[in-house]
Design a protein around this ligand. Structure first.
Ligand code: ADP
Ligand code: IOM
Length: 343
């Protein structure tokens, strides 16, 4: 492939950081699992409206293609991957995140997820069909060991009826189908085989299998009891760590398909109704920037807000511990609520 052309209005991290010189320096390299630069950038080339546009294919991608990935990581997380080291802390006793909406007027629900991938396997974009099935088997077996409020069942996507799937997506429990960003990255190959969802009885604990990352471990519930949501997640992650070996790097933390999800691989979000701030996006964005928060639409990444409801979450995931990121999200949400009340 020659150096790709990007439209003039493209603002993805890929098009801003990939120069023709860098492209020719990296284009013939291949990881041990056979992943190339062209594979890594395909999503951003085919989808110029990507926010980032690159997907790693394995642990080695982060070393071999560091001249492209490190500047993207530095910019997104405000973290220097050449000098700093990531630290993890998922101890709920260290969390300082009081309920930002004790009267229940603004926050509809809270969700905290972490991404995880299995050590000794390539990442999803570079996973062969057989390997994906082995990952599904290992993960669904490990999930069987969960007890108490975490106990549940695994539902493979293959064979799930359309109405059940649509309801799970609409209710924010299941990933969408046919995401064009993942499609271009090769993350939807052999769909729906090897994909599925695990959940407990009341769907407050869920695990997505073989979507963008091999595992997305999710704790969620109505309301804004962030402490309870985090405690459940932390307990589940510890239980799964006893059964599965996750890909972890001492500098970059938990390794993920997308560089935005490195480190904690955590996105702690609230669905929050802020109709007045929604009319004053400048102030909304200014508060979010101050607390390193990201605004998404009501159906997740690449979706729009509906009825004044937004998805507000931590933007940084690397170079910050899990408890710090959740605490900052809670403080930012509190400030958003105070501003909404002032307007
Ligand atoms: P991810 O969180 O894994 O990065 P998305 O942004 O696509 O992926 O969100 C996945 C799903 O989770 C979407 O349906 C989204 O609406 C839902 N979601 C995110 N945050 C919340 C929340 N606080 N409450 C309820 N659903 C949520
Ligand atoms: N994580 C990934 N889905 N995303 C950042 C896609 C993009 O580049 O827009």
């Amino acid at each position: 492939m020659p150096y790709p052309t990007f439209p003039d209005d493209c603002s993805s991290a890929l098009c801003r950081h990939l120069s023709p010189e860098l492209y020719s320096r990296l284009k013939d390299l291949k990881t041990r699992y056979g992943y190339t630069l062209d594979q890594m950038i395909r999503s951003g080339v085919e989808n110029p409206d990507s926010s980032i546009g690159v997907y790693a294919g394995d642990e080695e991608s982060y070393r071999l293609f560091a001249p492209l990935l490190n500047p993207i990581i530095r910019e997104y997380h405000s973290f220097d991957p050449e000098k700093e080291r990531h630290r993890s802390d998922m101890d709920p006793a260290h969390l300082d995140a009081p309920d930002p909406d004790p009267e229940g007027k603004y926050v509809l629900s809270t969700r905290i997820r972490v991404g995880r991938n299995l050590h000794c396997f390539p990442l999803g974009a570079n996973l062969a069909r057989r390997e994906r099935l082995i990952v599904e088997c290992l993960v669904s077996d490990a999930l069987k060991s969960l007890e108490g409020d975490l106990a549940g069942s695994y539902y493979p996507l293959e064979g799930m009826d359309d109405a059940t799937k649509a309801r799970l997506i609409e209710d924010h429990f299941l990933f969408k189908e046919g995401d064009r960003f993942l499609e271009s990255a090769g993350l939807n190959r052999d769909w729906p085989e090897g994909r599925g969802i695990y959940h407990n009885h009341d769907k407050s604990f869920l695990v997505w299998v073989n979507e963008e990352d091999q595992l997305r471990i999710i704790s969620m519930e109505p309301g804004a009891d962030i402490g309870r949501v985090f405690e459940r997640l932390s307990r589940a992650v510890s239980a799964l760590e006893r059964k599965l070996s996750f890909s972890y790097d001492e500098r970059l933390g938990y390794l993920s398909s997308c560089p935005t999800n490195l480190g904690t691989a955590m996105r702690a979000s609230v669905h929050i109704r802020l109709p007045k701030l929604g009319e004053d996006m400048e102030t909304f964005r200014e508060i979010c920037d101050r607390y390193a928060l990201q605004i998404r639409g009501i159906h997740g990444e690449h979706s729009e807000s509906e009825g004044g409801i937004y998805d507000v979450s931590n933007r940084r995931r690397l170079g910050i511990t899990e408890v710090e990121a959740v605490g900052e999200m809670a403080r930012g949400v509190r400030e958003l609520i105070e501003q909404e009340e002032r307007l």
